[in-house]
Every structure is written in structure tokens, then in C-alpha cells.
Write a protein that binds this ligand. Structure first.
Ligand SMILES: C[S@@+](CC[C@H](N)C(=O)[O-])C[C@H]1O[C@@H](n2cnc3c(N)ncnc32)[C@H](O)[C@@H]1O
Length: 565
């Protein structure tokens, strides 16, 4: 006998129904009720076991409330348990009296607690999920006689009993193939979670007369807490479902869903991903989970497609070979890492923006902060991986430039079947962006006469950056051996079909630009090559800008670069 009458009643009830507990004492600790080894438990030893009679199943709940037939498993089970909890004569009474009266999942967080989840996925998920739970509850109230209603708080508590301590129904019926269903296993749900705990959930006997047992996989010395293993769960799952989470959780991840809702080419991009069978593997194929030290290949591929420019899209529109998405071009890869960088940086910025008290925390604030800090670390970790990738791309461009390799246009892998993607050096040294891309600042610094010409003809370089960059591209062609870009640009110039149809409107715009600069510019700077600084030259430069540029987020320096590789 203990000095806890509810516990004594519960243990007698378990024993009376054929349940067994061996070498375990149950007591109240910091993490609620939990089990401790009263003697050393050996590997392969069964330490707790209950017959199926004690299990609370969906079948039991549906039998009690057939009028809720149209609702899914969780709301029916939640309603059943809530009603049983209001019934002093319930057949589950000893078990119900053992359940924690509060389960601090974020659904029960106060406004002060919810601040700790601001700008996190969970903050949004809690609001959305709560709407769904409430909708089911309201639906049930419409069906059930008002005299038999339970309060929202009791229903939500009951819902959280299931989220925090249910087991899959297949544990007692492995043959079951219906929609996912859960069960409550009194006694066996008393053990707290510790990742990597070796434990077997073992089912014996038939569906009618069987039982379920917990078998230890390790020696558990007397006095130690006996843990269960809830599986590989992220902090988001743990906090939302169970009301706690773990620092240093190796299964934690961040969730990234790229937003393409405003992209006019979004549908085509999704089609390419579908044709190439690229999916995150999740219910929503665009929702990607990024764990510590690993960005999944499907995420890289997805991002390569989502940031494609119209030129790349034309080439990939009918692609159905996922291998072609391993690598598209240096431009694409560099643009992709740039977009990922700003996406991750903005998440980190949002998380850091709220300065939250870190002392005198309630238990839910404490767990929310563990979740939040872990998310920030994971974002930073992903950002480091993206930056490493970006450095590899820049370093690959730099080595092509240094070797004065002449790539063939169009600078896209899909146009050169058989050409392998570059092999990245994992130990790259830092390559500044300016040295591996064509950008206005870099060129003007190295070409002072040209800089003087630009400053004379353009009041603000920033405001007319695209035109200035086009002129810089043409200038590179005349620098020949002085420009590392010459081989690549010359190849692009030679391959450029000036007779190709160009949008009339664009050509007219370029003509206006041309007329505003020339011929005066030639008098201003004699070294401007009259054969290159032509309307045709501008049309070519515009083509290069449309197809091989990378734009940066508004405040970044530089704002626009060209990567013709
Ligand atoms: C299946 S129950 C385990 C028994 C529970 N301690 C009780 O009081 O009934 C799951 C709940 O236990 C608590 N819990 C389990 N593992 C934990 C852990 N590692 N750290 C903190 N709380 C934990 C959480 O409150 C969770 O909702």
C-alpha cells in the first residue's frame, strides 16, 4: 500500500483485470507520474502487462456514441473519454483518476505563454489546429442531447489525453488496415519518454483474449526511472502533442514550405517537379523537413526549379528526368542558394526579434523556449549548409575563370547531355562574390575611364543598374585578355542569333537607350568599341541579363550580378 489512495485503487483495478506490474513502483515526479525500478530489471524482462479488456478503443467509443458515426476517430474518442470523466460510475474510473488534470500542450497556453511561440511554425499550427478541434466539438454539440454535453475545457483536456498518451490501434490488431486509430493503454502509458530507450511493445494472444506487455531491452538498475520510447519525434510534435520537448533533440527539424502563390510561373514549376517525381515525401510535397546537418536532395531540387528564370523554364518545361535537376547551371545554383539564404535569414531575424524573458519561467514557457532555441539553431545550421554550398558554387566558377574555360552556350546542363555536373570541393576557401560574378562595382573599380563615362551619363547607377550592367557586359567583350569573363561572353556573343525574333517593345526600349547614349559616348570615351556598342550589342546584353542574372534581396550589395556559366 502507498500513501496515494488513487494509485492503490488503480493498481488493484489493474490486478483485478489480470494486469501485471513487476519490479516497478509508480510515483509522482517533476514530469508527472512515472515508473521507477524497485529492483534491477534485466534485459528481456517483462515489467508491465495488461489484457486487452482494459484498453480503451475506438470500437468502445463508437458503440457508446453511434450517432457520431460521421466523425473521425480522434473526436469520437475524445468525446467518449470526456463523458466518462464526467461519470463517477465510469468503468474506467480508477484509470481516469490517475490521469493528469492538466496537460500543458500549447492549446492551454496563456497569451503570455504563446508569446514564446511567436514567429514559429508551432505558433501558427496551434491556432490552426485549435480551429479544427473546436469545429469537431461544435459539430458534436449539434448531434448530442444538450443534457449530455461536456464543456469545451473537458473536451480539449480529453483530446490532449489522446495526443499525449495514446498508442496506435495496430498494436493490438496488426491486421487492421482502416484509417488511423488510437488506443489508451492504462498502466503502460505511465512511463515517460527517453529517446533511444530499448523497449519492446509486445502483443500476445488473440484480439479477444490477448494482452500487451512492455519488455525491457536493457538492464535498468534499481532506483532508476523506467522509460518508454515514444519514437523519433521532433520538438514540434512533442510540444504540440505531449506538452514537453527536449534540448539537443536529434530528431528535431525545421519545416520549410516555399511560397509560390504569387509566381505566375508557379503552375509550370509544380508541373516540372511532378514530371520529375520530385517530392518531399510528405502529405504536402512542398513541405520539407530539414534536420541537423542534412538538407534533403529533394529540397535542393525543388528550390532549383522554383527559382528558375523563364529561360531555364523553357528548357525544362518538358523535362521528366530527375537527374537533370541535380545540377542546372552555376547561375541557377547560385540564385538558388541566394534565395535560400534570404529565406533562412528572415526566419532567424523573426525569431531573434522578440526578446523574451529567460528567467522565472513557467513550465510551458520553459519548454516553448527549448523549442524556439532549437528552431533557431536548426535555421542557423541550415543557413551554414546553404552558405557552404554557395561558396562551393563560387569557387567552382572561380576555378573555371582561372582556367579560362570556354563553356558553350546556353549555359545549362540540360542542353549538354553527357556533360557531368561540377564536382564540388568540400574544403573550399572563401571566394568573394565580386571575384566570381560580373557586377557593376567590381568592373567600375577596375576600369576607371569606363567608370568616369558611366558617372557622366547616369545620375544614379543604382536606379539604372540594369542598363549600366548591360553596358558593363559589352565592355567585357572589348577587354579581351584583361577580362576573365571574355571566353564565356565571347562564346555567348558568337552563339547569339541576332536575327532571332526579339520582342518589338523590348527592342524599341533598347533603341531609346541607345539613342540617349550614342554617339556622344564615343566622343567621351574613345576606347568604347564602336563595333560592340551598337543596338545589336544592347540586344545581346539584354538577352544575357534576362537569362544569366541573379538578383539579390532589396538591401543587398551588389543588387544584381551576371553568372554566364
Ligand atoms: C504517456 S504520459 C507519461 C506519464 C505521465 N508522466 C503522467 O503523468 O501520466 C506522457 C506525458 O508525460 C510527460 N513526459 C513524458 N516524458 C517526458 C519527458 N522526457 N520530459 C518531460 N515530461 C515528460 C508529459 O507531460 C507527457 O504529456
Amino acid at each position: 500500500m502507498s500513501n496515494d489512495p488513487a494509485l492503490d485503487r488503480f493498481l488493484s483495478w489493474i490486478e483485478h483485470h489480470g494486469g501485471k506490474i513487476s519490479k516497478i513502483s509508480l510515483s509522482q515526479g517533476a514530469s508527472g507520474r512515472s515508473g521507477f525500478a524497485s529492483e534491477t530489471i534485466e534485459p528481456n524482462e517483462t515489467f508491465a502487462s495488461i489484457p486487452f479488456d482494459l484498453v480503451i478503443t475506438e470500437t468502445v467509443a463508437r458503440r457508446a456514441f453511434p450517432q457520431l458515426n460521421a466523425l473521425s476517430s480522434r473526436p469520437v474518442l475524445s468525446w467518449y473519454l470526456a463523458r466518462e470523466n464526467n461519470n463517477s460510475e465510469s468503468i474506467h474510473r480508477p484509470y481516469l483518476d490517475m490521469l493528469p488534470t492538466t496537460i500543458m500542450t500549447p492549446y492551454f497556453f496563456s497569451q503570455d505563454d504563446l508569446v514564446y511561440l511567436s514567429h514559429t511554425n508551432l505558433g501558427t499550427a496551434v491556432r490552426e489546429r485549435l480551429v479544427g478541434i473546436r469545429r469537431d466539438f461544435d459539430c458534436i454539440l449539434q448531434i448530442i442531447d444538450p443534457a449530455e454535453h461536456v464543456s469545451w475545457d473537458v473536451y480539449l483536456w480529453s483530446y490532449c489525453v489522446f495526443s499525449s498518451r495514446s498508442f496506435p490501434y495496430t498494436l493490438i490488431d496488426p491486421e487492421y488496415t482502416g484509417d488511423s486509430s488510437e488506443v489508451l493503454l492504462p498502466l503502460l502509458d505511465t512511463f515517460n519518454h527517453k529517446p533511444a530507450t530499448k523497449i519492446t511493445w509486445s502483443r500476445q494472444g488473440t484480439a479477444e483474449s490477448g494482452r500487451i506487455s512492455f519488455i525491457s531491452g536493457d538492464t535498468i538498475p534499481a532506483g532508476n526511472e523506467v522509460f518508454n520510447n515514444y519514437g523519433a519525434k521532433s520538438n514540434e510534435e512533442l510540444l504540440l502533442g505531449y506538452g514537453f520537448c527536449l534540448a539537443d533533440n536529434e530528431y528535431d527539424y525545421i519545416t520549410i514550405k516555399p511560397n509560390i502563390s504569387t509566381d505566375p510561373n508557379g503552375p509550370l514549376k509544380l508541373q516540372i517537379l511532378k514530371n520529375c517525381n520530385v517530392t518531399s515525401g510528405n502529405l504536402d510535397p512542398l513541405v520539407h523537413y530539414i534536420h541537423h546537418n542534412h538538407i534533403p536532395e529533394a529540397f535542393w531540387k525543388t528550390m532549383r526549379v522554383l527559382i528558375m528564370n523563364t529561360f531555364e523554364l523553357e528548357y525544362y518545361a518538358t523535362c521528366n528526368d530527375p537527374g537533370q535537376l541535380d545540377w542546372i547551371s552555376h547561375r541557377n545554383e547560385f540564385a538558388m542558394t541566394t534565395v535560400c539564404t534570404s529565406l533562412l535569414q528572415s526566419r532567424i531575424f523573426e525569431l531573434k526579434r522578440s526578446v523574451l524573458p529567460r528567467e522565472n519561467l513557467s513550465s510551458c514557457q520553459h519548454y516553448a523556449l527549448i523549442y524556439r532555441d532549437s528552431q533557431q539553431l536548426l535555421y542557423q545550421n541550415a543557413l551554414d549548409m546553404v552558405n557552404q554550398r554557395k561558396q562551393q558554387v563560387l569557387s567552382s566558377i572561380k576555378s573555371l575563370l582561372d582556367s579560362r574555360t570556354m563553356p558553350s552556350p546556353p549555359f545549362l546542363r540540360i542542353a549538354h547531355p553527357g556533360q557531368p555536373p561540377p564536382i564540388f570541393n568540400t574544403a573550399t576557401t572563401f571566394v568573394p562574390l565580386e571575384t566570381a560574378t560580373i557586377n557593376v562595382d567590381r568592373l567600375l573599380q577596375r576600369d576607371l575611364p569606363f567608370k568616369a563615362f558611366i558617372e557622366t551619363f547616369f545620375e544614379s547607377v543604382e536606379e539604372e543598374l540594369d542598363v549600366v550592367l548591360m553596358l558593363c557586359l559589352i565592355r567585357q567583350l572589348s577587354l579581351k585578355d584583361d577580362s576573365p569573363w571574355y571566353p564565356s561572353l565571347q562564346a555567348a556573343w558568337n552563339a547569339f542569333d541576332s536575327a532571332q525574333e526579339h520582342c518589338q517593345e523590348t527592342v524599341m526600349g533598347l533603341q531609346d537607350i541607345y539613342d540617349s547614349l550614342f554617339p556622344q559616348a564615343f566622343e567621351h570615351l574613345e576606347t568604347l568599341d564602336r563595333n560592340l556598342f551598337t543596338l545589336e550589342g544592347l540586344v545581346w546584353a539584354n538577352h544575357m541579363l534576362s537569362n544569366y542574372s541573379v538578383e539579390f534581396p532589396p538591401s543587398a550589395e551588389p543588387a544584381l550580378v551576371i553568372v554566364p556559366y
